[in-house]
Design a binder for this molecule. Structure first.
Ligand code: 5GP
Length: 114
């Protein structure tokens, strides 16, 4: 996989507002937030997107989702609600090809998305 913007954020070559980090996961605020809370959770492992994930990535992806849920709860959004999204390839709206979970909260989110 070629180097992406998010790989540069992991290596601290590009600044980001990091809100969570562990050995395998990094979370930082989206530069163009679509909701009052908009955080991207990424694996440090360079997986292109969900379509490129394999069975061995299952535990990592489970921890990624749970890290987002824990952060939403910590920030006080668990009860009012939030949305987690993995945009995948062109029709999914993916623009950065390093797997990421969008955590959106703080306003009523429409369904279906446009
Ligand atoms: P995608 O469209 O691939 O699902 O989401 C990529 C997200 O990355 C977009 O919401 C976009 O605003 C965000 N993004 C793009 N460049 C940067 C950046 O340099 N820093 C941060 N923090 N977010 C970025």
């Amino acid at each position: 996989m070629s180097d992406t913007l998010f790989a540069k954020i992991i290596r601290r070559e590009i600044p980001a507002d990091i809100v969570y980090e562990d050995d395998d996961i990094l979370a930082f605020r989206d530069i163009a937030p679509k909701a009052p809370l908009h955080v991207l959770f990424i694996p440090k492992k360079p997986i292109r997107n969900l379509d490129a994930a394999v069975a061995d990535d299952g535990e990592l992806l489970g921890r990624l989702v749970l890290a987002a849920a824990a952060y939403a709860r910590q920030e006080g959004f668990a009860e009012q609600g939030y949305r987690c999204v993995f945009n995948t390839n062109a029709d999914g709206g993916q623009t950065v090809f390093h797997l990421h979970l969008h955590l959106l909260a703080g306003r009523s989110l429409h369904w279906p998305p446009g």
